[in-house]
Design a protein around this ligand. Structure first.
Ligand code: GRF
Length: 194
């Protein structure tokens, strides 16, 4: 695919940014190389470790610290920043806020999130903590379109992971995050080629 035909994506993060880094790997060397270009990484948290990772990788980075703004000012600044790029998709990767209805409607069916549980069973933050406390035998990673709710958007793809034999929360996170990293890129690749 020609370079200028690649789909332009912005990745939104709030924390560790391991999914962002995995997508960046796939875009740079892996299965997303022919399909996507990361034009922006935005963090709403100035302390997010993912910000440093993105800078080290020389990705274009912007921090709009949501703690420093009133909610509507933050959302307006975020929308203005996104609109200054001709984005095909917005990829949420550990982004911990609900997007405003202005952003969701402006980018309808173009915002994607990964969630560490089946969104029909568990919504919101701390999905692995939930699976651990509930002593679940398996969990289901979900990639879904983003709407105005919290993890309520239409499901794009899911992947089951057995949690049998994983004794601690740390083990669960380690195993499942590795699956998320591979799965998110696979789903994005599938979206690009359909
Ligand atoms: C992941 O478990 C993702 O499913 C959820 O938040 C976590 C983000 O991790 N939405 P990271 O910041 O990508 O490391």
């Amino acid at each position: 695919m020609l370079k200028d035909k690649k789909k332009k994506i912005a990745i939104l993060i709030s924390g560790n940014g391991s999914n962002m880094a995995a997508i960046a790997d796939s875009v740079e060397f892996g299965i997303l190389r022919d399909y996507y270009k990361i034009v922006l990484v935005i963090s709403n948290n100035s302390d997010a470790p993912g910000l440093e990772i993105a800078k080290l990788r020389k990705l274009p980075v912007l921090c709009i610290d949501s703690k420093q703004y009133a909610k509507s000012d933050f959302e307006n600044a975020l929308l203005r920043s996104l609109e200054s790029y001709d984005l095909n998709y917005i990829i949420l990767a550990g982004y911990n806020r609900i997007l405003s209805s202005a952003i969701v409607s402006r980018y309808e069916k173009r915002i994607i999130n990964i969630h560490p549980a089946d969104t029909k069973l568990y919504k919101g933050l701390h999905g692995y903590e939930w699976a651990f406390k509930e002593k679940r035998d398996e969990t289901t990673i979900t990639v879904h379109w983003v709407d105005e709710g919290c993890d309520t958007g239409e499901i794009i793809a899911q992947k089951n992971i057995s949690l049998k034999g994983l004794k601690t929360l740390e083990e669960i996170k380690k195993v499942c995050l590795a699956v998320e990293h591979e799965f998110y890129s696979q789903v994005l690749r599938d979206l690009a080629i359909i």
